[in-house]
Design a protein around this ligand. Sequence first.
Ligand code: PLP
Length: 465
Amino acid sequence: MKNEVAGKWNADELVRLHREHLWLHITNHKAFESQEPPIMVSGKGCMVTDSHGREYLDGLSGGVWCVNAGYGQQKIIDAITEQLGRLPYYAGSMATPPYILFAEKMAELLPDLAKVYVANSGSEANEKSFKMARQYFALKYPGKKKNKIVYRHRDYHGSTLAVLAATGQEERKAGYGPFPPGFAEIPHALCYRCQFGQSYPGCNIECARALETVIEREGADTVAAVILEPITAGGGIIIPVKEYYPIIAEICRKHEVLLIIDEVVCGFGRTGTMFGYQHYDVAPDMVTMAKGLASSYMPISAVVTKSYIFDQFVVNPADTMGYFRDISTFGGCSAGCAAALANIGVIEDQGLVANSRKMGQYLYDSLKDLEEMPLVGEVRGKGLFLGIEMVEDKKTKAPLPEKYLAKMVADAKSDGVIIGRMSRSVPQNNNVLTAAPPLIISKQETERLAAAFRKVIGNLHRELA
Ligand code: PLP
């Protein structure tokens, strides 16, 4: 039977085909043997509608925190449509007008970082930043092996093998080794679970200083770059203290190590500034971005770098070719660049960074007192990026088992609100409920989101009491 909501598709047939052929990302398909797989068919503003016509407040911006501008932004849709009609694609060593204008816009947003390299996904942008760092030092110091990449525990940088090697989440890496050599880890920056047994501000920010220990252990002349999420996203919404990045930057300067900031999640207003690192007094050498860059209306990512990195490639007697030996067919796709350009225009014209700051603060203030409840370890947030760390026992900080987080997420969904969780069954992990709604969210919708968290967390306390 034709389902009106699914429009041109037959909803029952979609379910059958889904079960028969789909292999979804990070999904246990066993559940779909007994439950119908959910299928989203449309979105408007902050709301999405499934194939049964049920509406949800999307507290996750498309599931993975990326539809920053919300659904149905006509300017982005028009820009893509117009460009597809004019010239869908031309790349290789050839630019198109949206490609050039997008690069100019990025250089305006990041004035210290003038060169823009376009790719397709966050993983790819990060992978390219590693290649740039390695080739940069190979060109600068011919014969030397300054090529290691340092990353942080709990950070995530993508799914392909080199960026996974640079990922500090053991649960994501399990089973995919062997990984390429040349990567080293530093501790996470989560004060709530300080690995140095200290508490801020009485500590010496040991988590940042650990970078120097690792660089010295590896040998500074072997380390090319450190990659960090400004605020750790999927690893549990971890917001480093304000002193953290200036210390990191100083260590990088001292040892001539490039600082790569991964803005794949935090970029484009998510945390209440255009870029997450702008909460801190720090100037990265490279910034990578994806998700919110085109609010995911098109797949596009980018690496934006300082000019001196680019210059090393162009004029270098040690290099016979004079270019970065990297290509992705779809990197620079003109409609993707047009989408990103229009999206940035929407973010600016509609004041979405300021709204993220304002509504994010409101959401955080509405929920901070949940920390008084026995199962809530910590409420953390910056802009429209919220994490509620759930614990079984406040003294030991043992994480609340995954099944309870899954239940709270399912209960909120039954009430028409999509929230998320990061819970990976790793002992002593940080099991966290999350929200990252579109940055256009209204006060009323923010209240609804906050109420959903209060309700599911309150209900769970009653059940387990
Ligand atoms: N970097 C961070 C911080 C991410 O959270 C992600 C994905 O969630 C990535 C990189 C990888 O991006 P993509 O999934 O587009 O490859």
